[in-house]
Design a protein around this ligand. Structure first.
Ligand SMILES: C[S@@+](CC[C@H](N)C(=O)[O-])C[C@H]1O[C@@H](n2cnc3c(N)ncnc32)[C@H](O)[C@@H]1O
Length: 184
């Protein structure tokens, strides 16, 4: 995750901004205009944070915060040490807790909401697309959710060969892909 072009370009702050739902202007401007403005503002902030015109103390503070954010996002992704061996539960989460798995978690709306609502449980998202995995990990890091991890692998393989036998207390599959469409 640390290899993102955006990470290298913008070491100051989280450069994947999401407009906050309650933010001023979100309701009064059409969504595309607001999103565009939010993105421009954040890009400007990133550039500013990286600028030599900024006092060193502030620049270093920005850089420290961004480094912490990236480290947390990286921790949110689970990369098994060996994908040819079955993992142990403790490889995924240090804290023992019931494990719930979201198969094909996409951009993580359900996974993250469950993690917010049930801090006493551990949640593993399985997703094959890197961009989506990255997005969920960043969201978990932004919110400080330590009970979420995401694994980028093919889900059938994970369920069959990677997860410890009998370790999953609940498995969710919502809106599986592909689904039957008229033109299929
Ligand atoms: C239609 S989306 C649904 C996402 C999410 N569950 C939701 O309800 O919003 C299906 C997701 O499953 C992922 N997916 C499909 N097949 C997969 C597989 N075999 N292994 C891992 N992820 C898979 C896709 O990349 C996609 O992000």
């Amino acid at each position: 995750m640390g290899g993102h072009a955006a990470d290298r370009r913008d070491p100051g702050v989280d450069c994947n901004p999401r407009p906050l739902p309650g933010a001023r202007g979100a309701n009064s401007l059409p969504a595309p205009v607001f999103n565009f403005m939010a993105l421009r503002a954040n890009t400007a902030l990133c550039t500013f944070a990286n600028s030599w015109h900024l006092p060193r103390v502030i620049r270093e503070e920005f850089q420290k915060k961004h480094a912490e954010f990236l480290a947390a996002a990286e921790r949110a992704q689970w990369v098994p040490a060996d994908i040819l061996q079955r993992a142990q539960l403790s490889d995924i989460f240090e804290r023992p807790a019931p494990l719930e798995v979201d198969i094909g978690c996409g951009e993580g709306a359900f996974l993250l909401e469950m993690a917010r609502r049930h801090p006493e449980r551990n949640f593993l998202g399985i997703e094959r697309l890197l961009g989506r995995v990255s997005k969920v990990c960043r969201a978990a890091a932004r919110e400080g959710l330590t009970n979420v991890r995401v694994l980028r692998l093919e889900s059938a393989y994970v369920m069959k060969h990677i997860l410890p036998l009998g370790s999953v207390s609940v498995a969710y599959v919502s809106f599986p892909d592909p689904w039957p469409k008229r033109h299929h």
